[in-house]
Design a protein around this ligand. Structure first.
Ligand code: C2E
Ligand code: MG
Ligand code: MG
Ligand code: MG
Length: 283
């Protein structure tokens, strides 16, 4: 029942071709096909609660295996999808998978604790007409408890803050916490923190990766943590690959860590069976 197929003819037409080559056009056509044939996969990367010393949730990461080309990085096709509005059906596809998995988890773990799953949404998706309503109605229909679904907001140069804030408020009323993703890089900036409310701030791996060889990177992580705590948000640090990084993050008061030390993204079966969470205390 969760296998909702988006018929190709219902997909938005290309309205944003800047003519930058046939590669892109071919890729776009292939992405449309991938959607209708359901060859996109959603993988789940564990997120570790440093305080409670256990996996407390996952981030859903979309994957696209293209025959003859191998795995296409979401960095590449999400950008393309955003430019062509294919991001809307891609996002719905991911959301459907995640809600279905959370429902299954609710049934499998009636006594809880239920792991949360975070879905990436570009701000462009968030303000798509009807998006908030769709998210909320899916949550209600599945009867998910508050906090089960989280949203990570990425990207966006030009934000209509008023609009985004009202969409976020609507989702939040239905128990959806928000994370500001990739904080400190690209367009993910201080103004977002100032104008919008986030329960979580995710520190990009650009900083965590260099925490030990660069005092600057360490100082930046430290400052982000202080700032996040100052506005009442918890911190998730991405790209954690070593125990010493994890130990340092605990000293800094960081609540959550994500990265290859904890685990790579895994299939829904590993999440449902609890296999993906079976790592025990790391510190
Ligand atoms: P992100 O949300 O910042 O996701 C984290 C990325 O870092 C993932 O790459 C993950 O595989 C990678 N990563 C995690 N831990 C480590 C580590 O310890 N070391 C290293 N070197 N890398 C690590 P991925 O899956 O390639 O995703 C890239 C980006 O694509 C994501 O960045 C996210 O912004 C975007 N994305 C992925 N899925 C979706 C989606 O369903 N919708 C939207 N809108 N964007 C998505
Ligand atoms: Mg993310
Ligand atoms: Mg991120
Ligand atoms: Mg990132």
């Amino acid at each position: 029942p969760d296998d909702v197929v988006v018929p190709a003819e219902d997909l938005p037409r290309d309205d944003a071709d800047d003519g930058s080559g046939t590669d892109k056009i071919r890729l776009e056509a292939q992405l449309r096909e991938a959607l209708s044939e359901e060859v996109l996969r959603v993988r789940y990367q564990p997120i570790y609660d440093i305080r409670d010393q256990r996996v407390s949730g996952y981030e859903a990461l979309v994957r696209w295996d293209l025959p003859g080309r191998g795995a296409v990085s979401p960095v590449e096709f999400i950008k393309l999808a955003e430019e062509t509005s294919l991001i809307v059906p891609v996002g719905e596809y991911v959301l459907d998978r995640v809600i279905a998995l959370l429902s299954d988890l609710c049934q499998a773990l009636p006594q809880g604790p239920l792991p949360s799953i975070a879905v990436n949404l570009s701000a462009r998706q968030l303000v798509e007409p009807g998006m908030a309503r769709q998210i909320v109605s899916r949550i209600d229909r599945a009867g998910l408890p508050p906090g089960a679904l989280k949203l990570e907001v990425t990207e966006s140069r030009m934000l209509d803050y008023g609009h985004v804030a009202s969409v976020m408020a609507h989702c939040r009323q239905h128990g959806v916490p928000f994370a500001l993703d990739d904080f400190g890089t690209g367009y993910s900036n201080l103004t977002h923190l100032h104008k919008l409310d986030f329960e979580l701030v995710k520190v990009d791996q650009a900083f965590s990766r260099h925490m030990f060889d660069s005092p600057k990177a360490m100082a930046i992580v430290d400052a982000i943590v202080a700032m996040a705590h100052g506005i009442g948000a918890e911190v998730v640090v991405e790209g954690v690959e070593t125990t010493s990084e994890l130990r340092r993050l605990r000293e800094l008061g960081v609540r959550y860590a994500q990265g290859y030390l904890i685990g790579q993204a895994q299939g829904a079966e590993a999440v449902l069976s609890g296999e993906a969470a079976r790592i025990g205390a790391l510190l």
